[in-house]
Design a protein around this ligand. Structure first.
Ligand code: GRF
Length: 222
């Protein structure tokens, strides 16, 4: 950060290839970024994102879900790893586990997720195929605070694009991913700058309650 202002320590939690993690980590190197990535944590040693993080010089850790018989024990180990990293904000990025209400409460207001749909539409899996089957005119991705309701927490920002006549789940997935890589670092940085804030369950943007998600339109990709 060129002004010398403090930057928010952020942990990214992944299960897979980690392209969103990479976008977040790369943007952290930008002078305008208001966060820094202090640790990338995976729930399995084979997560492809671990090598990507290491190549960017970001410290990594694995909390192997297979080592824990009980979800509560896995979550306790994950929480301990996050706390040990010094992170004040946690970005779930392709993390394929449903977290308990207790875990979510412990990190209330400090836990973000990205979901590949224009929430509240298409919570859960297979979002691209479902949006195409429903003949939606638009589709996209949402960055939201995590609450105990799956994919149900307040949405901060959406990346929105037009569905094309002959779109396939694979084709639209690629375009949605490109948008995800823009909106997720953007939201992290807005939080780091204090422009987006969680106050007792309500999201504020520039000191006003956020009535609707911030929108990043991208029909250049369409
Ligand atoms: C993204 O589509 C994201 O919306 C969803 O999981 C996927 C993660 O992809 N939550 P990547 O591992 O960041 O490439």
């Amino acid at each position: 950060m060129s002004s010398g202002a403090p930057v928010l320590p952020l942990a990214v939690v992944i299960s897979g290839r980690g392209s969103n993690m990479e976008a977040i980590a790369r943007f952290a190197q930008h002078p305008d970024s208001r966060y820094r990535v202090v640790r990338v944590i995976a729930d399995r040693p084979g997560a492809g994102g671990l090598a990507r993080a290491a190549s960017l010089g970001v410290p990594t850790a694995v909390v192997p879900v297979k080592d824990f018989a009980e979800r509560a024990d896995f979550e306790a180990a994950l929480a301990a790893e996050i706390d040990a990293s010094g992170a004040r904000l946690v970005a779930l990025a392709g993390f394929m586990r449903i977290l308990s209400a207790e875990f979510v409460q412990r990190f209330a207001g400090r836990l973000l997720n990205i979901h590949p749909s224009l929430l509240p539409k298409y919570k859960g899996l297979d979002t691209h195929a479902r949006a195409l089957a429903a003949r939606e005119s638009h589709h996209g991705a949402s960055v939201h605070f995590v609450t105990a309701e799956l994919d149900g927490g307040p949405v901060v920002m959406q990346g929105r694009l037009r569905v094309l006549p002959n779109d396939t789940p694979e084709a639209i997935s690629a375009r949605v991913h490109a948008l995800e890589h823009i909106i997720y670092p953007h939201v992290c940085s807005l939080i780091g700058a204090g422009r987006v804030e969680w106050r007792a369950g309500t999201v504020y943007f520039d000191d006003e309650p956020l009535a609707a998600p911030l929108i990043e339109e991208n029909d250049a990709a369409a």
